[in-house]
Design a protein around this ligand. Structure first.
Ligand SMILES: Nc1ncnc2c1ncn2[C@@H]1O[C@H](COP(=O)(O)OP(=O)(O)O)[C@@H](O)[C@H]1O
Ligand SMILES: [Mg+2]
Length: 224
């Protein structure tokens, strides 16, 4: 589905070089829940941004469905992100001035062929799938953290992406809500998606098919 091929990445800050990844190769497959663990500063967010084609890499390649993405123009990358990738972040990033259903509908506006009733229908269905059909007209501030993250999951799914990238998706939640969000993410893997969760929390271990660790500037598999 998505593959890192000898990827190197470092940042330069105040003339100091911060090495994050030094020649990482890994193939992420469909229908699999990956959990990538790593200490704070290990490079978890960097990996998510790279896989989401949001970050320039120094060397190597990122292949999406076997195709090298390094030569793509920004607008081509944006199109791939919109169609193929759903993002979920720790801080939800919902628009505070939009209702739950409006937030979920937002990514559909890149598709001009879709009618408003189609958008509403699709978003309503997704809200139902995350158990929020009675909250469609609520604004983010009227929702709990767990509910907001479920809205964000519905939004991430609206263009039916094959890849779900989640950066500390339960970082702001209590253990009960954490388990619930992880259950929803597991369900997406059951639908055939490639789900990649990076977190410093141990909880995703119980839901993941494959556990990985960022260590010594590399990504390695950990035995379950
Ligand atoms: N834009 C940036 N500029 C400079 N250094 C950065 C930048 N982003 C991240 N870093 C550094 O790269 C390392 C990895 O960061 P990050 O991927 O955010 O780690 P994690 O998500 O695992 O906590 C850290 O040492 C961090 O300080
Ligand atoms: Mg991070």
């Amino acid at each position: 589905m998505i593959e890192l091929k000898n990827v190197k990445k470092s940042y330069v800050k105040k003339r100091k070089q911060i090495e994050v990844l030094n020649g990482v190769s890994y193939k992420f497959k469909a229908n699999t829940f990956y959990y990538i663990n790593g200490k704070s500063g290990a490079g978890k967010s960097t990996v998510i941004q790279m896989l989401g084609l949001l970050l320039k890499i120094d060397d190597g390649a990122i292949l999406l469905k076997g195709k090298d993405t390094s030569k793509l123009r920004e607008n081509e990358k944006a199109e791939i992100r919109n169609k193929e990738i759903g993002f979920i972040f720790q801080s939800y990033y919902l628009n505070p001035y939009m209702t739950a259903i409006e937030n979920v509908m937002l990514p559909t506006y890149v598709d001009n062929d879709m009618t408003d009733s189609e958008r509403t229908k699709k978003a309503g269905k997704l809200l139902q799938q995350v158990g929020l059909e009675t909250r469609a007209e609520h604004y983010p501030k009227e929702l709990s953290g767990g509910e907001q993250q479920r809205v964000a999951i519905a939004r991430a799914l609206i263009n039916n992406p094959n890849i779900i990238l989640a950066d500390e998706p339960t970082g702001s939640l209590d253990p009960e809500n954490e388990e619930e969000i992880l259950k929803y993410l597991k369900r997406l893997r059951d639908l055939g998606k490639c789900v990649i969760v990076v977190s410093h929390s141990k909880a995703p271990e119980n839901y993941a098919d494959i556990i990985l660790k960022i260590e010594n500037h590399n990504i390695v598999e950990v035995k379950k």
